[in-house]
Design a protein around this ligand. Structure first.
Ligand code: ZN
Length: 322
């Protein structure tokens, strides 16, 4: 007979995650100083360290002479001054934004006070969704001068950047491919030091898994994430991220099988090794995983109606296919 206690033990066992992601948590840098990472790429890191940003936002300078900026970062004049100082004697011709989170896009307004460069992005935050001030970390104010589309290439002086639509972390997330170096500026779609948060409704796990598949099919030489060190073997890294998410899905299924029926019930089990201070963020990613399992009909909600909005207390059950 399988008791609830036995089931919980089984559920706990799933914490022994088999997939190892080669995170790189160290980085040698100094705030305000531009590091030359390759012939065409420099990086300046903003002094906004947090549990989500690691050391802070990495702003990239692309090219020489006439340059592009990718993600000016937070509205921090000191950081903007560091970007301007790093590009002294040069001209900023384009400002690209990977997505509208407060550590990426608010700096555009400050930077544009010192340059005539236009801002380029996929669109405003939410991509048409109603403004929701309660959404953590969103920049609802940013409005790009030029709207980009997936696959479009913007050419500058001796550099060209192609847009790779990469939603999941944010609905309007773009990565930018630097053709001259085979490098992908992957924003927060991939982080160098951690998995990325996927928080509904702007974050979507189904989109995120498709983004990982799309990135996996590419042959990029190197990734430059906004947070963390460059990723030099992106193919293997993406595969590990993908496998990790699949493992997480199975872990959720095992939890429900083990009578842990809601995010609130399973949070401390699934994330037993995580600092509880990070539980609010972890619960968002768990919710995103569950949304995907509901859409795949692997789980169902208490009233057998998958249409309603779910939350951390929603009771979940296995569907007959599991
Ligand atoms: Zn972000």
């Amino acid at each position: 007979m399988v008791t609830m206690f036995d089931s919980r033990i089984n559920c706990d066992k799933t914490n022994l995650m088999a997939v190892q992601i080669p995170f790189q948590k160290n980085l040698e840098f100094a705030y305000g100083v531009a590091d030359q990472l390759s012939p065409l790429v420099r990086r300046v890191i903003a002094d906004n360290p947090s549990a989500f940003t690691l050391f802070g936002t990495g702003t990239y300078i692309v090219g020489r002479g006439n340059v592009a900026i990718i993600d000016p970062g937070p509205a921090d004049q000191t950081h903007i001054d560091a970007i301007l100082s790093a590009t002294q004697g040069e001209r900023i011709t384009h400002i690209f934004v990977t997505h509208t989170h407060v550590d990426h896009s608010p700096g555009c307004e400050l930077l544009q006070q010192s340059t005539t460069a236009k801002t380029y992005a996929l669109g405003r935050h939410g991509m048409g969704r109603e403004r929701d001030e309660s959404e953590f970390g969103a920049d609802w104010n940013f409005n790009p001068d030029v709207l980009l589309t997936d696959g479009e290439t913007v050419a500058g002086d001796q550099w060209s950047l192609s847009c790779v639509f990469s939603p999941g972390h944010a609905a309007n997330h773009l990565s930018f491919y630097l053709e001259q170096e085979g490098a992908l500026f992957c924003g927060d779609a991939v982080m160098g030091w951690s998995t990325t948060i996927v928080s509904p409704p702007d974050g979507n796990m189904h989109d995120y898994m498709n983004t990982l598949k799309k990135l996996r099919a590419r042959q990029d030489n190197i990734y430059y994430p906004t947070h963390g060190a460059p990723i030099e073997r992106p193919g293997a890294y993406i595969q590990a991220l993908y496998d990790h998410r699949l493992e997480r899905e199975q872990q959720v299924i095992d939890c429900v099988r083990g009578e842990l029926h809601s995010v609130n019930d399973m949070l401390a089990v699934v994330y037993s090794e995580l600092d509880p201070a990070m539980y609010p963020a972890a619960s968002r990613s768990l919710l995103a995983t569950i949304e995907r399992l509901l859409a795949q009909n692997r789980l169902k909600t208490g009233d057998h109606n998958g249409e309603e909005t779910i939350n951390e207390a929603t009771r979940l059950y296995l569907s007959t296919s599991e």
